[in-house]
Design a protein around this ligand. Structure first.
Ligand SMILES: Cc1cc2nc3c(=O)[nH]c(=O)nc-3n(C[C@H](O)[C@H](O)[C@H](O)COP(=O)(O)O)c2cc1C
Length: 107
């Protein structure tokens, strides 16, 4: 929610709106961590992912796949950059299959 202090009323037409992007990443990451710990189905991580590092955090929290949303508005190439960054990280770490990273940060 945002309030226009000059007009003294909510700024958004619907009064409230959804929150996305970097601001929600720590909360989204924690939610993936929590959910992945109790379900037996694949979890898709999303919420504030803008870089490969962000994406790898979600995978290490237990996500089997990730989504890039808001970041693509400011940088339409961000999904590709995230993908290339994941590949680079895997090469550095000597990892050939992404499944080797799923949930490894859950200690
Ligand atoms: C403009 C916009 C439209 C969205 N539309 C949908 C939608 O139709 N269905 C849905 O499940 N989530 C929708 N979302 C939520 C996103 O799927 C995602 O959960 C959220 O934006 C957090 O990820 P992000 O920080 O990478 O954007 C939308 C988000 C934005 C910013």
């Amino acid at each position: 929610m945002v309030i226009d202090i000059t007009q003294r009323r909510p700024l958004l037409g619907n009064i409230t709106g959804g929150l996305s992007g970097p601001a929600i990443k720590p909360v989204a990451l924690y939610m993936v961590y929590e959910v992945a710990g109790v379900v037996g189905i694949p979890v898709i991580g999303c919420g504030g992912i803008a870089t490969a590092s962000d994406a790898i955090e979600f995978i290490m929290a237990g996500a089997s796949a990730i989504q890039v949303g808001t970041a693509s508005f400011t940088n339409p190439r961000s999904p590709l950059e995230v993908l290339q960054g994941i590949e680079q990280f895997m090469q550095q770490e000597g990892i050939t299959n992404i499944t080797e990273l799923i949930g490894v940060g859950r200690h």
